[in-house]
Design a protein around this ligand. Structure first.
Ligand code: THG
Length: 267
């Protein structure tokens, strides 16, 4: 499994504060730590102030690129901010995200296609997030029609089935896993990704729910996730699952993570 590091997100209080105060060290530390934890991309979300987002995003991109080489995952629904950001990235970024929403297909998909980006595609459209596996697949099928028409190959698309809150709908887990299996079967070249934290919202011991969800999602075909790479218990569950599902050739990932001290809690 590959990790998109989630921590540089301006909707988090401490990150919002660091952005407002232009706290270089705080942001660069988050970047370095997440790469040490095995992140293959760093999600960068500048928050949702329409008047400031582009400036804040460019500031974040510059800082992060000073201390890491991993590509960025530009987390924004704002096409103007994304276009400005594209001028400042050293490596072709992932774009987070498009969906079946007409405005995103019209304004963000062209940025993806013109720049050869990878892209996260959310399983939703202008009517919202479909309730059933069948309707989610229908939405994603329409998104693939558009990405293919735009010349974006399926293996640059990371489908995000959108994880709902289990506390308010106990079918939410099943629906996600069933959707992942159907996507894997019908679009074999595509990647599957998601964020975890919604699933456990409102319940105690959220980490336990999140990492068990991750294990089941990996079995259902997920190959990427937006997570905290510095969460050791999550990291350990992920490595062991990849190993047991035969996705870790010669057990290299597992043994390397062990030697890097990523699998066990320090005494
Ligand atoms: N899919 C896609 N993009 C996403 C999400 C998704 N981007 C945003 C989000 N979901 C994933 N990113 C984060 C970033 C930080 C935190 C959670 C998800 C986080 N949460 C703390 C917690 O859960 O305890 C609380 C917030 C805080 O620290 O202030 O840190 O699903 N495509």
């Amino acid at each position: 499994m590959k990790i998109i590091g989630e921590k540089i997100n301006g909707t988090r209080k401490l990150v919002a504060k660091a952005i407002a105060e232009r706290d270089v060290a705080f942001i660069q530390n988050l970047a370095k730590k997440q790469v040490e934890g095995g992140a293959s991309w760093l999600d960068v979300n500048a928050g949702t102030h329409p008047d400031r987002e582009a400036d804040d995003l460019v500031w974040l991109i510059g800082l992060v690129q000073e201390v890491t080489d991993v590509p960025l995952c530009l987390d924004s629904a704002n096409p103007a901010a994304l276009r400005v950001a594209m001028q400042h990235v050293k490596k072709t970024p992932m774009i987070n995200s498009i969906s079946g929403e007409q405005s995103r297909l019209r304004d963000i998909l062209p940025i993806v296609a013109e720049n050869g980006c990878e892209v996260i595609a959310l399983c939703m459209d202008d009517k919202g997030i479909p309730a059933t596996t069948e309707t989610r697949i229908e939405v994603i099928r329409q998104v693939f029609e558009e990405t293919r028409r735009a010349g974006v190959p399926d293996d640059k698309v990371f489908v995000d089935p959108l994880v709902m809150t289990i506390a308010t709908n106990t079918e939410a887990g099943r629906t996600t896993f069933d959707t992942m299996r159907a996507i894997r079967a019908q679009f074999p070249q595509t990647h599957i990704s998601c964020g975890l934290s919604n699933v456990s919202f409102g319940l105690p011991v959220r980490g336990l729910i999140n990492r068990t969800f991750l294990v089941l999602a990996l079995d259902a075909g997920m190959d990427t996730a937006i997570i905290d790479p510095n969460d050791r218990e999550l990291q350990a569950a992920m490595r062991a699952t990849d190993l047991l599902l035969g996705r870790d050739k010669h057990c290299l990932g597992y043994t390397r993570a062990y030697r890097a001290g990523l699998l066990e809690n320090k005494a």
